[in-house]
Design a protein around this ligand. Structure first.
Ligand code: KG4
Ligand code: ZN
Length: 329
């Protein structure tokens, strides 16, 4: 069964073709990073308009890459939330038009659920349940117990900034540009060992996160309010170490407490090299970490998730609306 996956929730116009939820036939992502970089963040209206321009060329490249004609598709999966309303509308309306014209099922996919299905793509074996999922993206940081396909319990979340948002804000403070995550990752890797240690937040919820205090601390250091500031690379490394320690500690504890059989890392921040290394080192369980290009937003994860949603009978009516504030679990 061949599914088309369409993703336009933020600043990537993405279309993919995936077979049986696991086999990647084509995965095309048109990034808008250059467009938004000059504003230091994603400008919602520009994102929507760029999706309008890019969506059909991206579809054509995906079909050509998969050597697949429109007539061979079995269903269309699309992100309907969470995300930027205007950006989501472009992908959703496009998916509806395709489904309507070809008489195909329209499968609605929660973007966060999509992220975790990257773990099913081009993997030798499917993840086993229950799995503990750490979803860390630009908009969300969630600790989720996945008991089966479509069965989620959210155990923890950020009480303020999402992990990716913290990376982006701290990168701005350090003058590293947008998006901040990859820039901090690179700079920290080049840092000399540093004695600088930044605090980890303590919270009531055992699996919750907080990153805004850390960001404020970095701001004070950068402004020289705590003495002569160390080099930017040292600050980047200490910041990254603090975020990674918080994320890994919560994920490993939640997995132990809930009898998980594996840990799945998902979302854009899962592309972070230190997070990948530290989780692998500290987890007592097998860890599934998708390749970096499947961690950041893409259509393949939407098609993979859509396949399992379709098996469960999730087909949307053609009056489906976007849900910008959708959650998981
Ligand atoms: O999942 P994603 O592509 O989009 C959302 O759904 O939000 O995540 C984007 C976030 C951005 O905040 C970006 O800075 C962060 O993921 N990110 C990283 C890395 N690559 C992307 N954060 C840390 N290290 C990275 N290598
Ligand atoms: Zn995402």
């Amino acid at each position: 069964m061949k599914l088309l996956g369409i993703e336009t929730s933020c600043d990537e116009t993405a279309v993919a073709v995936v077979e049986d939820g696991r086999r990647l036939l084509a995965n095309v992502v048109a990034s808008q990073v250059a467009l938004h970089a000059e504003y230091g963040g994603v400008v919602p209206e520009l994102a929507s308009r760029q999706h309008v321009q890019a969506i059909i060329p991206v579809l054509e490249r995906a079909l050509a890459g998969a050597s697949c004609r429109l007539e061979e598709l079995d269903a269309v999966a699309v992100t309907y939330g969470p995300g930027l309303a205007g950006a989501l509308l472009v992908g959703l309306n496009f998916a509806k038009a395709l489904a309507y014209a070809r008489g195909l099922p329209l499968v609605p996919v929660n973007h966060l659920e999509g992220h975790l299905y990257a773990a099913w793509l081009d993997n030798d074996r499917a993840p086993r349940f229950p799995a503990l999922v750490l979803i860390v993206s630009g908009g969300h940081s969630d600790v989720v117990l996945m008991a089966g396909h479509g069965r989620y319990q959210r155990l923890g979340q950020t009480v303020d900034d999402a992990a990716g948002e913290a990376f982006d804000k701290v990168a701005r403070l350090l003058g590293l540009g947008f998006p901040g995550g990859p820039a901090i990752d690179r700079l920290a890797a080049a840092a000399a060992p540093t004695p600088l240690r930044l605090p980890r937040a303590r919270l009531d919820g055992p699996y919750d996160f907080s990153f805004s205090g850390l960001k404020t601390k970095v701001q004070r250091i950068v402004r020289g309010e705590e003495g002569e500031p160390p080099p930017a690379a040292a600050i980047a490394a200490a910041f990254q170490e603090s975020v990674v320690d918080s994320l890994v500690t919560r994920a490993v504890q939640a997995a132990r407490d809930h009898g998980a059989r594996e840990i799945i890392l998902a979302g854009g921040v899962a592309a972070n090299s230190l997070l990948r290394a530290v989780l692998a080192e500290r987890s007592p369980l097998p860890v599934i970490v998708p390749p970096p290009d499947l961690c950041t937003d893409n259509g393949a994860m939407i098609a993979a998730c859509g396949y399992y949603r379709l098996q469960a009978g999730a087909v949307a009516a053609l009056d489906l609306d976007v849900q910008p504030g959708l959650h998981i679990g």
